[in-house]
Design a protein. Structure first.
Length: 285
């Protein structure tokens, strides 16, 4: 008589949560370091901001160095959204302490934190290489809790969101980040594959994201007209070849002067740029 072989479920894959956490910090640093970025803080200027500079961002990154590892571990442990949210609230408090009350990374704490947790969860469940699209879609496991999570009605972004009836980053997360799947990641992937250096590829991708994003930072600072103007400038830059065009850097620097004159800063698009870099790089981990 043949022995009956007992089937066992596959063991969960090991997840290097510390490495995912470091990659998240590196991705935020890559966004900070690339220049020129119209209206945004770079190592060379403060863009449209009078209350922050590159040093503010570096202090914030140092304060967040443990957050992304912790949120990755929560994702690997299949933790509910309430646990992720608790880590995010603590991270935001650490950021504000480090910067003297300045919001440098609130959007990234939310979006990049969710993506790091989703990447860890996918690795624990599937092992192997996890595509950027798979990570974005995996965020939807927390969609029901995201839909009912309380928002701060007094934050500038939420006031702009309510005033203009615009879907924000929470809706992007619930939908599995279509802006990242359809714009951010493929544009960045193609730019790098076509031979653009990292900085040029990042700037090129930022302008694509800006052209397609209802950026709440722009709405807050410039209203509907400011958002429409900024998106039109980005679309024009892309139509003229983007970072593939000769003298693209000079064009972006000139555009940056116009953003500063209008006090516009596409911070939401910058967050999505950092997320795009993380998603591409985590495919190699």
């Amino acid at each position: 008589m043949n022995a009956v072989v007992q089937a066992h479920p596959p063991a969960a894959a090991q997840v290097d949560c510390a490495r995912l956490g470091r990659l998240a910090i590196v991705s935020l640093h890559a966004e900070l370091a690339c220049a020129p970025k119209p209206g945004l803080v770079t190592p060379f200027d403060c863009g449209s901001h009078t209350d922050m500079d590159a040093g503010s961002f570096l202090r914030s990154l140092f304060a967040l160095r443990h957050y992304f590892r912790h949120v990755a571990q929560a994702g690997a442990d299949s933790a509910p959204f309430s646990v992720l949210r608790g880590h995010g609230i603590a991270a935001e408090a650490a950021m504000l302490r480090a910067t003297g009350g300045i919001n440098t990374h609130r959007g990234a704490i939310f979006s990049l934190g969710l993506l790091v947790a989703a990447a860890a969860a996918c690795r624990r469940e599937r092992g192997g290489v996890i595509t950027a699209d798979a990570v974005c879609v995996a965020v939807q496991r927390w969609a029901p809790a995201l839909a009912v999570a309380p928002l701060d009605p007094n934050s500038p972004g939420q006031r702009a969101r309510a005033q203009h009836g615009i879907a924000g980053v929470r809706e992007q997360a619930i939908a599995g980040y279509p802006l990242l799947r359809d714009i951010g990641v493929p544009v960045l992937r193609n730019a790098l594959a076509a031979g653009l250096p990292r900085e040029a590829a990042l700037c090129h991708t930022l302008m694509h994201l800006l052209a397609h994003t209802d950026d709440l930072n722009l709405l807050h600072r410039g209203g509907a007209q400011g958002l429409a103007w900024a998106r039109a400038q980005a679309a024009s830059f892309i139509a003229d070849g983007g970072a593939f065009a000769p003298h693209w850097r000079t064009r972006l620097q000139q555009l940056g002067d116009a953003f500063v004159a209008r006090r516009l800063s596409p911070g939401g698009s910058a967050d999505l740029l950092a997320c795009s870099w993380f998603l591409l790089q985590q495919e190699r981990v």
